[in-house]
Ligand binder design. Structure first.
Ligand SMILES: *Cc1c(COP(=O)(O)O)cnc(C)c1O
Length: 417
């Protein structure tokens, strides 16, 4: 955090922000959808572009004075295209959910049918949950994973698609630890004449670094967030390959669902995309995947049940229900010792989403912090110690001490050079 004006002008707010700095410093961040941005991304984020209205697109704005905003947005677009090898990019969506909303509005009318992964099987709220606009305005058909191996059953997806004839199919997830087969999804989409939208919010960084097969070329449209594995500011991004799709998507983002773009965020996206194009980022993502694997192996070595028997990506879904715990209790106990994660439903979970039987753990943030395999093995063992001795205050103390040792050994300044 920048320690300048705010301390003098608004000590109350400044104190709160310093508390958050300290929380991030002292805790082990294992929420799979979080990461730590570089100082450079943070600097772009706090630029004076936040003052600028730039409704429209580069060269076609409703306001004057957009020369520099145009340059910044064009840079972000060019870098996004280069990162993914896609023909077109829209860098304006305020978030992942807004990116998805724009795509739905481009290809669906209210009441139309689309298909998405069931939230309780690893899908996202914006893929048709009843609590979300996507589930309120459209007819949603959900697909899930097989009970035996917790993997997507593509034959079942095809069967359901043939039965229900969706206009659009969403291939994407927030809590699926396995590789997603975009080519298979495209075959299914073609079979029923649907548009295929890949939502790679979680795995965008893996795709950019070649650690997961790309959706580009298979999906007609790809959406993503920019703040998860991509390690940029909070925001969304839409990628497409044809001029026609690009045109309609641009119009659905603005003026369809948004007003003025957050130009300071777009500057921060450009900074993050620049970083994601470096060899260092590629090696970072490789370590993210390796670290998630050793974490899963450590849990299984200690006799814990890991959903699907391991991981191919950056996340591990731990089934604590098999140890007679709830996700709610496990995540809260972890929080108490300084390990931040989230309770998460597991496929066929007997508990409701507020309780759950699982904990979702990700490797991106701690890998950014500098954790290697040894530290992930140690962290996973600390979690096992804690979960095996939920009622033992002595164990809780020693796990807490272990967390402190690890967080102190990898200060946040480490990677912010
Ligand atoms: C995180 C996520 C989103 C939504 O991102 P927000 O920026 O929080 O709106 C959308 N889709 C998937 C698959 C996600 O994991």
């Amino acid at each position: 955090m920048i320690d300048g004006f705010l301390k003098k002008t608004d000590p109350e707010l400044h104190g709160m922000l310093v508390n958050e700095d300290e929380r991030q410093e002292s805790n082990l961040e294992m929420i799979a959808s979080e990461n730590f941005v570089s100082r450079s991304v943070l600097e772009a984020y706090t630029s004076t572009l936040t003052n600028k209205y730039a409704e429209g697109y580069p060269g076609r704005r409703y306001y004057n004075g957009c020369d520099h905003a145009d340059a910044v947005e064009t840079l972000a677009i060019e870098r996004a295209k280069k990162m993914f090898g896609s023909g077109f990019a829209n860098v304006q969506p305020h978030s992942g959910a807004q990116a998805n909303m724009a795509v739905f509005l481009a290809f669906l009318q209210p009441g139309d049918t689309f298909m998405g992964m069931d939230l309780s099987h690893g899908g996202h709220l914006s893929h048709g949950s009843k609590a979300n606009f996507s589930g309120k305005y459209f007819n949603v058909v959900s697909y899930g994973v097989r009970k035996e191996d917790a993997r997507i059953d593509y034959d079942e997806v095809l069967k359901k698609a043939r039965e229900t004839k969706p206009k659009l199919i969403v291939a994407g997830f927030s809590a699926y630890p396995r590789t997603m087969d975009f080519a298979k999804f495209r075959e299914i989409a073609d079979d029923v004449g649907a548009v295929l939208m890949a939502d790679v919010a979680h795995i965008a960084g893996l795709i950019v670094a070649g650690e997961h097969p790309t959706s580009i070329g298979n999906a007609h449209i790809t959406t993503t967030t920019t703040h998860k594995t991509l390690r940029g500011p909070r925001g969304g991004l839409i990628l497409s390959d044809t001029e026609e799709h690009n045109k309609i998507l641009n119009s659905r983002v603005f003026p369809g669902v948004q007003g003025g773009p957050l130009m300071h965020v777009i500057a921060a996206k450009a900074a993050a995309f620049g970083e994601a194009l470096t060899p260092e980022y590629k090696s970072y993502m490789k370590r993210v995947v390796e670290n998630a694997k050793v974490m899963a192996d450590t849990f299984m070595g200690r006799g814990f049940d890991v959903v699907s028997g391991g991981t191919d990506n950056h996340l591990v879904l731990l089934n604590v229900g098999s140890r007679d715990l709830t996700g709610h209790a496990a995540a809260n106990a972890m929080d108490e010792v300084g390990i931040t994660a989230n309770k998460n439903g597991i496929p066929f979970d007997p508990h409701p989403p507020t309780i759950t039987s699982g904990v979702r753990l990700g490797s991106p943030a701690l890998t950014t912090r500098g954790f290697g395999k040894d530290e992930f093995i140690r962290t996973a063992n600390l979690i096992c110690d804690l979960l095996e001795n939920m009622e033992d205050p002595g164990v809780r103390q020693s796990v807490k001490a272990g967390v402190k040792e690890l967080s102190s050994a990898f200060p946040m300044t480490h990677f912010r050079l």
